[in-house]
Design a protein around this ligand. Structure first.
Ligand code: WTA
Length: 631
């Protein structure tokens, strides 16, 4: 590994280790990108040909700004590519999933055949409950194999899954169930965290009180010795549902443009947006990026630490790696429990080759110290990855030196729930620059632009935007085409990512943060307004404004400014009560770390709270243009 100072931009630049240079793209990123530019549709068509289709497309792309249709006329089912291809090909008995729990003995292994049978049976079970193509199914589960089985079973019969991260509370869950109009909710009795069982099911009971679309709740009972009670009028046990059904459930032949899933992400308005992805284009994008960005080989063990409740889990725990026939590790564990060496011990034990995690985890590893990874044999590792937030150069260097032994490539992948797939990264074999995610992947026309969509010169900060449609782009925001259209109409006719970025002379892109009001806490998107609404729902609160404050560990922490209703006095006790209130309504990830009571909040003349003014005051920065501030 050689290291050199880049003269023009004065940043660190690492050349790839020649021994590692066995990737598909080594040395020819430029050629691949040029091939894409020369014939964008041909580029994607070639990739699509590597997958199974029940019927091929008439046209690769129909683009009527801002609506795209990819692989029109084609029929497919993503689970055919995730399961049948392997089971009726050469990977029938290959390990598909390794599940690891907190205890030493907590391990479950599924071959592709096991997974295939479980998915087929659960799919038939869903049919028994009256679920048909197009119906929505909400999955609210801990990170257990059944979570993945439920997702794939939905996809198999054409039901649209909407997975809700198990850390959300009942109000957030209710909003998502109602928003999607889910007919069935799949859940579990409890999740496990730090040796404790965290009951989940009562949250479902609360969440469905005002959710008239829900007809059935399927409950996975992990506790078998004293199983929780099933209320038969509405509920059914996960495994009982799989009894007495056929072991085969033929794939529903889905139109390429039929919806595959809805995944809620918090927007600037605070109302969660149901991002809609489709069967054909998402499949091609997930497959292509998983294959090339991680350079997965057939013998690899692959571990992405994300929960399938986030987009990273959808694309890079479930669909992408399974399409490639990969052995996927899923761990329902934390980096620091039972010891700060937990992740390293798992990497050693399973001989993990590809390790994909988040900056917040990397910062936690740094904090706990390098003696922990140094205790374990990490020599199986070949590729390291990061996603979710900017990976600060300090954390990059640490990951590269301590875990990668200055040898391994790091793929810092920039993308979004809306993009469905990786968009920007440093492909294996290209020089790496800490702090920069990298260049747009071949197939992706990303750029840094001004407000009119004009390309900005290197070194100038601007909006991160995508100039042209790509197959895995979201097709809509469920039930709200206006919000969808805004993504493509705010900056000229480009896709606006909502992030600010800077490009360097070589086209490497550094993402510097969100341009809007999302706060990214420990890699999770939290909408300011969602937290504010939760606070305001407390009887003592009149108004609340929430900002993100940079935090070395979590990326950001949440600070809330709260004005109280008459008759209520600020107190430490009330702070605790409010924090607890957010925990109960939205879940622990959305809890404010700081609460400040204030008499008033800065607002625009039209009455909108100006969070950037609060943020500037808090951080001692220039608040910028104050002409709209109402004094
Ligand atoms: C941020 C997660 C810098 C970014 C896949 C984006 C990143 C938002 C990176 C999307 C990265 C994600 N470098 N920032 N490598 N990856 N982001 O929808 O602000 O949960 O817009 O998707 O996370 O978050 P989402």
């Amino acid at each position: 590994m050689s290291e050199e100072k880049h003269l023009i931009t004065e940043q660190h630049r690492y050349l790839p280790d020649p021994d590692m240079a066995q990737s598909t793209w080594v040395g020819d990123y430029e050629a691949a990108y040029a091939a894409y530019r020369a014939d964008p549709e041909g580029f994607w068509e070639k990739i699509a040909h590597e997958l199974h289709w029940h019927r091929e497309w008439d046209r690769v792309l129909e683009w009527e700004h801002p609506h795209a249709r990819w692989f029109t006329g084609a029929k497919t089912n993503i689970t055919y590519n995730c399961l049948d291809r392997h089971v009726f090909g050469s990977r029938r008995n290959k390990v598909a999933l390794i599940w690891k729990g907190e205890g030493d003995e907590d391990e479950r292994i599924f071959t592709y055949r096991h997974l295939y049978i479980a998915v087929n049976k659960f799919a038939n079970g869903l049919k028994k409950l009256g679920i048909h193509k197009g119906d929505r199914v909400c999955i609210y589960m801990p990170m257990v194999p059944e979570q993945i089985i439920a997702m794939l079973a939905c996809a198999r019969i054409g039901a649209v899954h909407t997975v809700v991260f198990g850390g959300f509370g009942s109000a957030a869950l209710n909003a998502r169930i109602v928003g999607a109009g889910a007919k069935v909710v799949v859940t579990a009795d409890y999740a496990v965290r730090r040796g404790k069982s965290i009951p989940l099911k009562h949250l479902i009971e609360e969440a469905i009180i005002n959710a008239p679309s829900v007809e059935h709740v399927v409950v996975l009972r992990r506790q078998t010795e004293q199983p929780i009670e099933i209320h038969r009028e509405m509920e059914v046990d996960f495994y009982e549902l799989m009894e007495g059904v056929d072991r085969r459930c033929p794939c529903e032949e889905m139109d390429a443009e039929d919806p595959l899933f809805i995944l809620y992400t918090s927007g600037t308005t605070g109302t969660p947006k149901g991002i809609v992805h489709t069967c054909g284009g998402y499949m091609v994008g997930a497959y292509y990026t998983t294959k090339h960005v991680f350079d997965i080989k057939d013998n690899d063990v692959y571990w992405c630490t994300a929960d399938p409740g986030w987009i990273t889990g959808h694309t890079y725990v479930v669909y992408g790696p399974l399409m490639l026939g990969t052995t996927v590790l899923v761990a329902e564990t934390l980096p620091d429990y039972p010891t700060p060496g937990n992740y390293w011990s798992i990497l050693e034990e399973y001989g993990v080759n590809i390790f994909y995690t988040a900056p917040t985890a990397i910062r936690m590893f740094m904090k706990m110290g390098e003696q922990w990874p140094n205790e374990y044999d990490l020599s199986y590792l070949r590729v390291l990855g990061s996603v979710g937030e900017p990976l600060n150069p300090e954390a990059w260097e640490w990951f590269h030196t301590v875990v990668g032994k200055k040898r391994l490539p790091i793929v810092d992948t920039w993308w979004q729930t809306e993009t469905g797939m990786h968009m920007i990264t440093t492909t294996i074999g290209s020089p790496m620059k800490p702090g920069f995610a990298g260049r747009p992947l071949p197939g992706v026309a990303a750029d840094v632009v001004n407000g009119n969509g004009e390309s900005l010169p290197p070194g100038t900060a601007g909006f991160l935007a995508i100039r042209e449609p790509w197959p895995a782009m979201m097709r809509g925001v469920f039930g709200n085409d206006e919000i969808y259209s805004k993504y493509w109409t705010t900056i000229g006719n480009l896709y606006k990512a909502g992030d600010l970025a800077i490009k360097d002379e070589e086209g490497y892109i550094m993402v510097i943060g969100r341009a809007d009001d999302l706060i990214i806490v420990s890699g999770h998107n939290i909408g300011t307004a969602e937290v504010e609404s939760a606070l305001v729902s407390h009887q003592s609160v009149a108004e609340a404004a929430v900002i993100g404050k940079p935090d070395p560990l979590k990326g950001n922490l949440i600070k809330a400014f709260v004005t109280l209703r008459v008759g209520h006095q600020p107190s430490e006790r009330l702070k605790n009560e409010l924090t607890y209130h957010v925990r109960i309504t939205l879940g622990p990830i959305a809890m404010p770390s700081e609460i400040e009571f204030t008499d008033s909040l800065p607002k625009t003349r039209s009455g909108k709270i100006m969070r950037r003014v609060l943020k500037a005051r808090e951080l001692g920065m220039d608040p910028g243009d104050l002409s709209s501030l109402d004094e």
